[in-house]
Design a protein around this ligand. Structure first.
Ligand code: M6R
Length: 650
């Protein structure tokens, strides 16, 4: 999600920047731009769409400039030449030659996908910035900025002007040698008052030998070459040039100039950094060093989950505030029913949402396959709130179902990952889950963030009448503790791998869960079947003796979720039933539950959390289990047979 590239050195910056953007394309984006400092002037080109389109636009602009040079009046009169030449440089003369520059691929968050919103943003023709992340207090900053001429709707332009104001204020004070630190000090002074996240790079026309880079929450790597430096969101763009890399940590800011690289924090303390020798090739680098995208995306979860919560929790009021809901409290009280429509993994998150809406908000909630919903006669009206959930935002059945619900007068809201996708646009209001680009066909991190967003919505409705302040605050506190607990589970990756290798030989595997862990069982089965091609089904524990028990034998193992919640004893009985029929059992249990071992051939412990939040944790070992079984079987984990990431046909 969003990519940054910067270069300072002796080579022409443009080709390095464009190739760098191409190397970051895998992250996903909807527009791109580049700025080069050319003879004291910042030249910029931006374009919506692919980097190829940006490159084409740059070629056209440069060609036009060159041909204008050709048609400039022969120096008949000095004044005619000077005028034509000045007009040309003002309007067109973009050559983008220069050895310092910055570039960006943007995934829209604040503001639509337009050229004006694309980065780099430039202030007063002097200061250019590229930025990843979200400036949460940009509205407050905007009010304080004197220059009210905003070209874009972005938080980044606000940040750029904010830095410029600090720069102007400091430049009055700074004399002589101080000037070398003017730019970095201005950036520091600005960032001290910023709330939110950033990875950013700044250049200034009056500091032609400097780049300033800073990080809080959005990664930045700095590649160290011979008298040159590369900056990027990950190491991919710099690997053809250097393997020596240092990574900025949160709160750090780098000044890169003729003297080298100096890293400090916002309190001006100098920080000595290690330089790492990277031995990855580019493909491996795109996967963050993981073997494939699915594993990377599983490990991304603690980080991107925080993005789903960011700016949406109101701790004092024990509630959530989902900006995309766009409903007054009065309108929210008019809602009498909730319907959740989705496919595959997204539908499983809806099933979890059902438990949350019914328990917290006392709202009857129904979940359906989009493909079924659109062809039945769903009873919805203006008091029905319909959530359509989709990672891609392009799933044809879900899109059609959303249109059908709208046609019938329901209140329709999207819960979507891909910004600017059709469902996001057509539902108008709704929420982005901020999971970042999910490239593996098997959905993992999008699942987690969908669950998080549904829990927040349920809490927001719940706090209107049914859920107490204390419960609301307990839920928020527990939500905040989730990333650390996810990391605990991810540390057990090797244990899970060993277990998975024992299960690769089976032809059928069943998954069992109850309550909020029933959808977790469905998700575990879906994950394993789609990437391993082993036949898997998920069942509700209490349903086993109504049919599925007939499938169980010593050749059909059962994966069961037995965490300590109100259905613990019931679930344990169901597991005993399958064991009595010879099934091997792999159990997901709560940390410290020694008793669970009695019904387990294999066991993985997960940290405890509130029951409604359990799916955020309990699904992760099942994702890793599916992954390792598939790898052991030699499957193409990221691109399983017969499946597509985005199902745009019925
Ligand atoms: O893009 P969507 O969330 O609308 O996609 C829905 C399903 O196609 C998707 O979840 C699918 O089931 C995944 N391959 C599951 O891992």
């Amino acid at each position: 999600m969003c990519g940054i590239v910067g270069y300072i050195g002796k080579k022409q910056a443009l080709p390095i920047l464009i190739q760098g953007l191409r190397d970051l394309e895998y992250r996903g984006y909807d527009s791109a731009g580049v700025a080069v400092l050319d003879n004291g002037k910042i030249e910029r080109v931006r374009e919506i769409g692919k980097v190829d389109m940006l490159a084409k636009k740059i070629s056209n602009v440069i060609a036009r400039s060159a041909s204008d040079e050709a048609i400039l009046p022969k120096k008949e009169t000095a004044s005619a030449y000077a005028k034509a030449s000045a007009d040309r440089s003002a309007a067109l003369a973009v050559t983008l030659t220069g050895t310092i520059g910055i570039a960006h691929t943007r995934w829209a968050t604040h503001g639509a996908v337009t050229e004006f919103n694309a980065h780099p943003h430039i202030v007063d023709g002097k200061l250019a910035i590229v930025h990843n992340g979200i400036i949460e207090n940009y509205r407050e900053l905007k009010k304080q900025i004197k220059d009210k001429n905003f070209e874009s709707e972005t938080d980044t332009e606000v940040l750029a002007k904010w830095i410029m104001e600090k720069y102007k204020a400091l430049s009055i004070k700074y004399k002589g040698e101080d000037k070398a630190n003017l730019l970095i000090d201005a950036v520091k002074a600005a960032l001290v008052e910023v709330r939110g996240t950033y990875g950013l790079v700044v250049l200034h026309a009056d500091h032609p030998d400097q780049l300033v880079a800073a990080r809080l929450g959005s990664p930045l790597a700095i590649g160290i070459g011979e008298g040159e430096y590369y900056i990027a969101s990950d190491v991919t763009p710099m690997l053809p040039f250097t393997k020596k890399v240092t990574f900025l940590d949160d709160g750090e800011i780098a000044l890169i100039n003729g003297d080298g690289l100096k890293i400090s924090n916002l309190d001006n303390q100098i920080i000595e950094k290690n330089v790492t020798e990277i031995d990855w090739d580019q493909e491996k680098a795109q996967k963050g060093g993981f073997e494939n995208f699915m594993l990377k995306e599983i490990f991304d979860q603690p980080t991107v989950y925080e993005d789903a919560l960011r700016g949406r929790l109101e701790m004092d009021a024990g509630t959530a505030k989902m900006g995309g809901l766009n409903m007054s409290q009065e309108q929210m009280r008019e809602i009498k029913r909730v319907m959740i429509i989705a496919e595959g993994t997204a539908r499983h998150t809806g099933l979890i949402g059902k438990y949350a809406f019914e328990r917290l908000a006392n709202l009857p909630t129904e979940v359906d396959f989009s493909s079924e919903f659109r062809y039945r006669d769903p009873v919805v009206n203006k008091s029905t709130l319909v959530f359509v959930i989709s990672q891609s935002g392009e799933t044809a059945d879900t899109l059609m179902a959303a249109r059908e619900a709208k046609r019938k007068g329901a209140v329709v809201r999207g819960i979507v990952n891909v910004v600017g996708s059709t469902i996001a646009r057509e539902t108008g209001a709704g929420t982005y889950i901020h999971a970042g680009p999910e490239l593996a066909v098997a959905s993992t991190k999008a699942y987690t963030n969908m669950v998080a967003v549904l829990l927040l919505y349920a809490l927001q409705f719940g706090r209107l009448k049914h859920t107490s302040l204390a419960t609301g605050q307990r839920i928020l506190q527990s939500l905040l503790e989730i990333p650390e607990k996810m990391n605990e589970i991810l540390k057990r990756n090797n244990e899970i791998k060993e277990i998975a290798e024992k299960y690769q030989k089976y032809v059928n595997i069943l998954f069992m869960g109850r309550g909020v862990n029933y959808p977790v069982a469905l998700e575990g089965a879906l994950k394993l079947k789609e990437i391993s091609y082993i036949h898997c089904e998920g069942f509700a524990g209490g349903e086993m003796k109504h049919g599925p028990l007939a499938l169980v034998s010593k050749d059909v193992p059962v994966v069961a979720i037995l965490t300590k919640n109100q259905l613990y004893e019931k679930m344990k009985s169901s597991i005993q039933e399958v064991r009595a029929r010879g099934a091997r059992t792999f159990i997901i249990a709560s940390e410290g539950d020694e008793e669970a071992k009695e019904v387990a051939d294999e066991i993985i412990y997960v940290p405890k959390t509130m029951e409604l939040l359990e799916p955020l944790l309990n699904t992760i070992p099942l994702q890793l289990f599916a992954y390792h079984v598939a790898v052991a079987l030699g499957r193409d984990v990221d691109r399983p047979r017969n499946l597509a990431k985005s199902v745009t046909v019925e």
